[in-house]
Design a protein around this ligand. Structure first.
Ligand code: PMV
Length: 340
């Protein structure tokens, strides 16, 4: 049996992508820029095992099938083909220490950890950039979680067979940034980002305008970040999130809830009072408040009082994915012992 365990953090996009290039290569339509968040993580063990008849996937102690297993197996198929081990099935055991599939970027940390663990378990000596490209094919945002600090991901110009690589552009401590993740629901979200993007591309009257807006915001936020300007980055990030949601809403896709909007109003009220606070929201109901070490305490206290904010996870820019010595799940939950 060949096994490896990797750990990865989620990331939150400051300049968001929403929409894909035509074709099946899973290349984002626009470039994006994110920050990798310590304080939340996914740990995944991949074990290639000759005794297994098919791949198995266990997330947070629940055995997964259907689309989740198919997506994980598709990633493993690439690794198996590269390592000349096409006949070998694998057991994947994964744990998130935050809600799964709810807009807290579990797919980003999940596929980043899976890609790194699978590549190393197969004995492939790939660079992190190659692992990032592999993760990107399953979930574009996952490409960014391989790296720490502030990370950019190319967007393609369209066309089949495009490539899109993530790369770090600034270290975790390059600006004083704290991110308060305001959890507003514990369940899985109703519309996956893949599905939401497809519907937006097909039916939003604002999609073409979003592509122009998103590319401009990416350039602006990137240069504001490199200049170390927290307020300009925060302003750009809030615009990026609101632009993405406006475009999706026009296609009937609504991820925000009353709690999200109440938290957004509080962020804006705090800002008017001189507290460092900006908002960003991914494809889910949680609001992430971008703040500084100076304002974090006040911002957290205020946001905890917003009706519908269940709890707050304090995060800050963190490191990229890594291999760990811990090994998960030698026991198979449904069958007790691993299948023979
Ligand atoms: O790549 P996915 O399927 O995890 O979708 C990411 C979508 C957003 O989080 C809303 C934007 C982004 O750039 O991360």
């Amino acid at each position: 049996m060949r096994s490896a365990t990797a750990s990865a953090h989620p990331n939150i996009a400051l300049a968001k992508y929403w929409g894909k290039c035509p074709g099946s290569a899973n290349v984002p339509a626009v470039p994006s820029l994110s920050v990798t968040l310590s304080g939340m993580s996914t740990t995944t063990t991949v074990s290639f095992d000759d005794t297994l008849l098919h791949d198995e996937l266990v997330i947070n102690d629940a055995r997964m099938g259907g689309r989740s297993l198919a997506r994980a197996s598709a990633l493993l198929d690439v690794v198996r083909a590269e390592a000349n081990m096409t006949a070998r099935s694998a057991r994947i055991v994964s744990k998130n220490d935050f809600p799964t599939a709810s807009g807290l970027a579990s797919s980003a940390s999940g596929f980043a950890a899976l890609a790194l663990a699978a590549v190393r378990a197969a004995g492939l000596d790939w660079s992190l950039s190659q692992v990032s490209d592999l993760a990107r094919r399953s979930s574009a945002s996952a490409a960014r979680s391989l790296f720490g600090g502030f990370v950019e991901l190319d967007g393609g110009e369209g066309g089949e067979g495009g490539v899109a690589c993530a790369r770090p552009i600034a270290s975790p401590d390059s600006i004083d940034l704290r991110v308060l993740v305001c959890v507003t629901a514990e369940g899985a979200k109703s519309i996956s980002s893949t599905c939401g993007m497809r519907m937006t591309q097909e039916t939003s009257p604002y999609y073409d305008a979003w592509l122009v807006h998103a590319r401009r915001l990416f350039v602006q936020i990137r240069s504001d970040l490199l200049a170390g300007d927290f307020h300009a980055v925060g302003e750009g990030a809030e615009k990026s999130a609101l632009g993405m949601h406006a475009c999706a809403m026009a296609a009937g896709i609504v991820y925000v809830t009353g709690a999200t909007l109440a938290a957004l109003a509080e962020v804006r009220a705090m800002r008017a009072e001189g507290i460092d606070a900006y908002a960003t929201i991914d494809a889910g109901p949680h609001l992430k408040c971008l703040t500084t070490s100076r304002s974090m305490h006040d911002a957290k206290e205020r946001l905890l009082r917003v009706p519908g904010v269940l709890r707050i996870v304090e995060t800050l820019p963190g490191e990229g994915a890594c291999i760990t010595q811990e090994s998960l799940g030698q026991e198979s939950p449904a069958q007790g012992k691993p299948g023979r």
